[in-house]
Write a protein that binds this ligand. Structure first.
Ligand SMILES: [Fe+2]
Ligand SMILES: [Fe+2]
Length: 317
């Protein structure tokens, strides 16, 4: 179980108090605007977390408290509006199946993996593991929400992919658990949410967008588009990260986590694109723009995180 993160402004402060007060009187209307990207991001992260593992000090009934759902929707709408405003739209004349991987490869953002491979210090890598743990310790969970929203062929393929992420029936091979073991072996805390307080808004926004895409049926195509881009940008960076961790003498458990993803995600990217995204669009052609939107959001949010982390270390992006 997870502890509530520290508030980052008036909205997260109010929502934290409301969460602690459930059950009791219904939550009063919360009309405070987020003061900053940090305030908005940590509030939405907390409200999403109610649908995953919850918090030690919050009653599970908070998950369906109407006023908290209203705040969540408002923050999700803001996040989606910001993403859609930055999005250039689907690439002109591109064919999803034929052109997707080239489109991903043409995207030229700053690479944290390249920095880790060649130059990062041990401190920088520990920083990165801490903030990445916000995602990896519940790896694959946000995409699982999309399963019941997909037509039959895409659903079968997503379940096959998730089965791998969840360790093919062996809890010791569950990816989130592999990461937890790697954290522990590296002297870091393996509990989910342990490092939310030190995670910048960019990291929380990555996680919030994933949860939002999974939790809103309307955005199911963005959820699987995000997955395809995520898997397509995982295999090579995972190899670079593993090499960087080896260079710095990190323990086998954490290197093994990244090694596992070199081969697994080279397969997953094919399944995610062809068997999930393309097959979804064959059934529901009007959803194609949102596949591109979700994929673009994955790349955009990762760029922002990379820039933020590199800037924090004084490394040019
Ligand atoms: Fe994985
Ligand atoms: Fe994967």
């Amino acid at each position: 179980m997870t502890s509530l993160p520290k508030p980052r402004g008036p909205l997260s402060d109010l929502v934290t108090s409301a969460l602690r007060a459930v059950p009791g009187e219904p939550v009063d209307r919360i009309d405070v605007e987020p003061e900053s990207a940090d305030d908005a991001a940590v509030t939405l992260w907390m409200l999403h977390e109610l649908l995953y593992g919850g918090f030690d000090e919050v009653d599970d009934r908070a998950e369906w408290e109407p006023e908290l759902i209203r705040v969540r929707r408002r923050l999700e709408d803001d996040l989606e509006a910001q993403l859609r405003e930055r999005w250039p739209g689907p690439p002109d004349g591109a064919d999803l199946e034929a052109d997707f991987f080239d489109w991903v490869a043409d995207h030229d953002g700053p690479s944290l993996a390249r920095h880790v491979q060649t130059h990062a210090t041990e401190e920088q890598v520990l920083d990165l593991l801490r903030v990445r743990s916000v995602y990896h310790l519940k790896e694959a969970d946000p995409t699982t929400w999309a399963i019941p929203r997909l037509p039959v062929a895409a659903k079968a393929a997503l379940v096959e992919l998730q089965y791998d992420e969840y360790g093919v029936g062996d809890p010791a091979r569950l990816h989130a658990h592999l990461f937890a073991r790697g954290m522990e072996a590296s002297g870091l805390r393996p509990e989910h949410g342990a490092y939310v307080d030190e995670s910048p808004a960019e990291i929380l926004e990555q996680n919030n967008a994933l949860s939002m895409f999974g939790l809103q049926r309307r955005l199911r195509a963005a959820a699987v588009g995000h997955l395809a881009a995520f898997e397509a940008t995982s295999s090579v960076p995972s190899r670079r990260l593993a090499q960087g961790l080896e260079r710095l003498g990190f323990p086998d458990e954490i290197i093994g986590y990244y090694r596992e993803h070199v081969e697994a995600d080279a397969v997953h990217e094919q399944v995610a694109l062809r068997d999930i995204c393309v097959s979804l669009v064959q059934e529901e052609p009007h959803l194609e723009p949102d596949v591109w939107f979700g994929a673009w959001a994955c790349l955009d949010l990762e760029d922002r995180t990379a820039r933020r982390m590199l800037a924090g270390w004084g490394v040019p992006a």
